[in-house]
Design a protein around this ligand. Structure first.
Ligand code: UDP
Length: 299
């Protein structure tokens, strides 16, 4: 309903089903005659994947296979896929990461995404009328600018932005920063935060490119700019008008100093460039958080 409200259009139809439920996914595709599929239904927590690896392969790889088979049976041949920068060997070095950088995910989540990419590329190779857009997200962040749609993690969030948002909303006392002794300008980890509305535009551009080119692509989606944890914390303080207290904690296992993307291919292949900066990310997140926790007084 809120998608409809935010877009000023009738709300999209929703069918609730498990991505691993072959019958449900086949029935849905048979009934609906889709032109293309955008596949977002995946699990995405690195730490969760370490404790429940089988679920990650089941949903992220097995679920994708179910989608592919249902597409095959119903003549749907275009797919846009949510992949992740975690497929790269992020410890390999510094600098902007290009799409041809070495792979090397070191956790089941990243491995499941890499396997899913390989499944898709094998399908594309086997069926020349298929075209697949593989989009490797860097750090998606923020909410819809209307404040109507955002993320609502059920458990303590792993990710920086939702964690800061909960501190701003008074749900948590302070932000724990995982190390201030990294080889970065202020010692805290550097990442490439891309606004979810930019990410959404990237998906539309990917679909357009599949229509136009008749073949697939593998593209990074990010801004090409790295920001430190402290940069983001300060930007959020500015957006919400409150202090975000922090404590320096030990480094988190598996973290790297710096990770941001090379955006050349996204520009060349998709004509895509991120438009929103970290202030827009934080402002939209704060608007959403006030919607989520109405007891938070406006600032
Ligand atoms: N981070 C942090 N405290 C948190 C969550 C994250 O200091 O509570 C840091 C983390 O070490 C990394 C950055 O924020 O440098 C982004 O982490 P996130 O988990 O959001 O994304 P990642 O790039 O690790 O997938």
């Amino acid at each position: 309903d809120r998608i409809g409200q935010a877009a000023g259009r009738p709300a999209p139809r929703v069918v609730e089903a498990d991505i691993r439920d072959r019958t449900a996914i086949h029935d849905l595709m048979e009934r609906s005659q889709f032109d293309a599929v955008m596949h977002f239904a995946g699990l995405k927590s690195v730490s969760d994947s370490v404790s429940r690896p089988a679920e990650y392969f089941d949903v992220n790889v097995g679920g994708l296979v179910t989608v592919i088979q249902a597409m095959k049976s119903n003549g749907v041949r275009k797919l846009v896929f949510s992949s992740s920068a975690t497929v790269y060997d992020l410890g390999a070095g510094q600098g902007a990461i290009r799409e041809d950088a070495p792979f090397g995910p070191n956790n089941p989540y990243g491995q499941s995404k890499l396997m899913a990419e390989q499944v898709l590329q094998a399908q594309e190779a086997a069926a020349p009328d298929w075209s697949v857009g593989i989009l490797r997200y860097f750090n998606p962040a923020g909410a819809h600018p209307s404040g109507l749609i955002g993320e609502c993690p059920a458990d303590p969030p792993d990710n920086l932005l939702p964690y800061i948002a909960q501190v701003a909303a008074g749900q948590r006392q302070y932000l724990g920063i995982f190390g201030d002794d990294w080889d970065t300008p202020d010692g805290t980890g550097v990442r490439d935060y891309v606004h979810i509305t930019d990410l959404a535009r990237g998906h539309l551009a990917s679909l357009d490119a599949l229509e136009r080119d008749g073949h697939g692509h593998v593209v990074n989606l990010g801004t090409g700019r790295g920001l430190s944890v402290q940069d983001v914390r300060r930007a959020y303080e500015h957006a919400c008008g409150r202090e975000i207290p922090f404590r320096i904690l030990p480094r988190r296992p598996g973290d790297v100093a710096s990770c941001y993307c090379d955006t050349q291919r996204a520009r060349d292949v998709l004509g895509f460039e991120a438009r929103q900066d970290v202030d827009a990310i934080c402002a939209s997140s704060w608007k959403w958080v006030r919607h989520l926790y109405p007891e938070v007084s406006p600032s």
